[in-house]
Design a protein around this ligand. Structure first.
Ligand code: FAD
Length: 405
């Protein structure tokens, strides 16, 4: 039985393209029930896991249902981490879920509408200033895509506004962007963003945010209506009420066969798990999560056949990539450092390959082609959905909306 709070699988690497009006939500998500249509032994239930009774071997869900298990695999991923700062949680916009990406898209498009009718230059500047907290892959990709969106539409679709009136600032605490990549690739990303008119502030922290401003290191205030939070994630932990071992980053510690320490019938994989490899804890990225998932599936099948446990898990590092915009991306693959057009082509191929479903691949390719050739972002509807009680009963509010969970 597969339990998930959403009824779809989400391809997070393209979430920023939904937030910047390049793709529709349905292009990067796929219903679980369709994924497992032909898997007769899989059952799906939409429910949020609220806890686990490790002694009785029962998973608890938000709707009061108990799901007993013989073997449990925890793969709950991660959520925004605001470092217990309520103010940052309340006044910044995350980009971790599809609803957050849609909220961000609506917010930015609404800012443009308000800027177009602003009474003064000062007011217009505030609505057209976008601050992005965090210069990792998510922050860099979003900043590049937002710069392209604004360059395409301001002036052309908004005759009241000029592209040079917009200001995008990326604020990064480390002394360079893309800290997990080779230094040369981080420097390339900073150059590529600056070429697109983005201000890059390294060694700078976001200290405070309100609805009208953000305060960064040394007390500098930037007037803005938009602060995007991509500065921290923490594991989503359904065992938060249990005294189990966790790493420094609060990920659940597992043994070399990915079993929760002291619980042979519970596996933990992906962002939620602290797995050793490559001389440290494996990063919160898709390749470790997918390899761990395959490993655990095989281990369970062996158990069912009463075969001995598989060899300990070994991670095969296939590299990392991030894109800044058209013909600009960085990729660190098997020791090869790719940047520019070649990195961008590699990025396009890999992302199309890993999307689920032929329809999604075809639609995403067509949208990219349209964007590239026509320099047009037509998906610019401001959509606000009213809360629906029936939908809310199967999909409760995610925990990541609050600072302390
Ligand atoms: C914007 C963004 C861009 C990214 N880009 C890249 C990239 O380019 N390359 C890369 O390698 N990685 C990228 N990542 C990281 C990558 O998405 C994660 O490392 C990977 O998805 C982790 O897989 P997972 O299975 O552990 O968690 P997830 O893929 O997050 O899946 C967790 C699932 O658990 C569900 N869930 C969580 N809590 C509960 C609960 N209590 N009850 C029920 N269901 C629950 C969620 O709905 C979700 O479906 C990106 C992440 C984000 C947010």
């Amino acid at each position: 039985m597969l339990l998930d709070r959403h009824n779809y699988h989400l391809f997070t690497p393209l979430l920023y393209q939904v937030a910047t009006s390049l793709l529709n939500p349905s292009d990067i998500a796929y219903p679980f029930r369709a994924v497992f249509r032909r898997s007769r032994n899989v059952r799906f239930r939409q429910a949020a896991v609220t806890g686990v009774d490790l002694k009785r071997r029962v998973v608890r869900t938000h709707d009061g249902g108990d799901v007993p298990y013989d073997t449990l695999v925890l793969a709950t991923g991660s959520e925004n981490d605001y470092f217990a700062n309520e103010e940052l949680a309340a006044h910044t916009l995350g980009m971790k879920t599809l609803s957050e990406a849609m909220r961000l898209r609506n917010h930015v498009l609404a800012c443009l509408e308000i800027a177009a009718r602003a009474a003064s230059d000062e007011e217009r500047r505030e609505w057209l200033t976008f601050v992005i907290a965090g210069g990792g892959p998510t922050g860099v990709e979003y900043a590049g895509a937002l710069a392209e969106l604004l360059r395409m539409v301001l002036g052309r679709d908004y005759p009241e506004l000029r592209p040079e009136q917009a200001r995008i600032v990326v604020v990064e605490g480390l002394d360079r962007l893309l800290g997990a990549f080779h230094q040369r690739l981080g420097a390339y990303a900073a150059r590529a963003l600056r070429d697109r008119g983005v201000e890059v502030r390294t060694s700078t922290l976001v200290e405070k945010a309100t609805d009208e401003a953000v305060v960064v290191s040394r007390g500098e205030e930037i007037r803005t209506r938009t602060v995007v939070w991509s500065a921290g994630v923490r594991p989503a932990d359904p065992l938060s009420h249990h005294e189990v071992r966790r790493s420094r980053r609060r990920r659940l510690e597992v043994d070399e066969r990915l079993r929760l320490t002291g619980h042979a019938d519970v596996f933990v994989i992906g962002d939620a798990a602290s797995v050793s490899g490559n001389g440290g804890e494996l990063p919160m990225l898709s390749p470790p999560a997918m390899q761990e998932g395959r490993y655990v599936a095989r281990a369970i099948v062996r158990r069912l056949g009463a075969d001995p446990d598989p060899k300990p898990f070994r991670y095969l590092d296939k590299g990392t990539m991030a894109t800044i915009g058209r013909r600009a991306a960085v990729a660190d693959v098997h020791g090869f450092k790719l940047a520019g057009t070649i990195g961008w082509l590699a990025w396009l191929l890999v992302h199309i390959y890993y999307l689920i479903g032929f329809r999604n691949r075809a639609v995403v390719l067509a949208s990219w082609g349209w964007d590239y050739l026509r320099r047009d972002r037509p998906i610019r509807l401001i959509l606000r959905s009213e809360a629906d009680r029936v939908a809310a009963s199967v999909e409760p509010e995610p925990r990541e909306d609050s600072a302390d969970g």
